[in-house]
Design a binder for this molecule. Sequence first.
Ligand SMILES: Nc1ncnc2c1ncn2[C@@H]1O[C@H](COP(=O)(O)OP(=O)(O)OP(=O)(O)O)[C@@H](O)[C@H]1O
Length: 239
Amino acid sequence: MTVPLIETKGLTMRFGGVVAVNNVDFTLREMELRCLIGPNGAGKSTFFKMLTGQLTPSLGTLLHRGDSIAGLSPHQIARRGVGVKTQTPNVFDGLSVIENIMVSATRLHTRKMAREIVDEVVARVELGAIANRQVGILSHGQRQWVEIATVLAQKPDLVLLDEPVAGMSDEEVDRTAQIIREINRERAVVVVEHDMVFIRKIAKTVTVFNQGAVLVEGDVDAVLSDQRVRDVYLGKAAA
Ligand SMILES: Nc1ncnc2c1ncn2[C@@H]1O[C@H](COP(=O)(O)OP(=O)(O)OP(=O)(O)O)[C@@H](O)[C@H]1O
């Protein structure tokens, strides 16, 4: 049997008396694209932060290619090939697009290799037209794409994206969906997102969280038409 890229068993996170993530079993295969959805407070961000090393699980196992990563720092997890785009901005406004990607690439690679990576990532995310612009003057969508490019510059095998289309226009959402599909040609991707239109554009398999646990998981069409999902989430969120 092949070892999963990520596997959790009984993963649990408590904040005092609040059980934010409760006994979650989750498996992600190499090259998979998985969307995590669920209503506010369902535990998606907490689960995501355990994968990235921002939070240390209270209980349970968390494996990356069979090795425990529970308690490793975000930097150690990044070195294992897990790239993360959080909701918090992580680019330098005063630097150009290329400079930002270079800074990120040189964190994990030699300068010579970083230069090659910058060219590859600029092409992959189609940032050539704005490559020399200062990030501070870019539109919201363009900034998000630069953020994604800085994640790709670390050459991860797994890309974790927390609400990548929040605040984007319809065109920007379309473009982001394209970028994510492109990334998924070579890498596994986990996306936490609220935007159902976007989920339908990119998702194959969806995991629905509710009250800290996995409510249902499966093919996007089956999941989004599941009555239990509609009751907890779509009934309120989708028109
Ligand atoms: N640092 C913290 N301290 C205490 N409680 C927390 C903390 N972080 C999250 N929680 C609680 O854990 C539960 C799950 O929150 P979480 O942010 O993971 O949900 P979510 O599904 O990501 O929600 P949203 O879609 O609103 O981002 C909530 O009840 C939240 O209030």
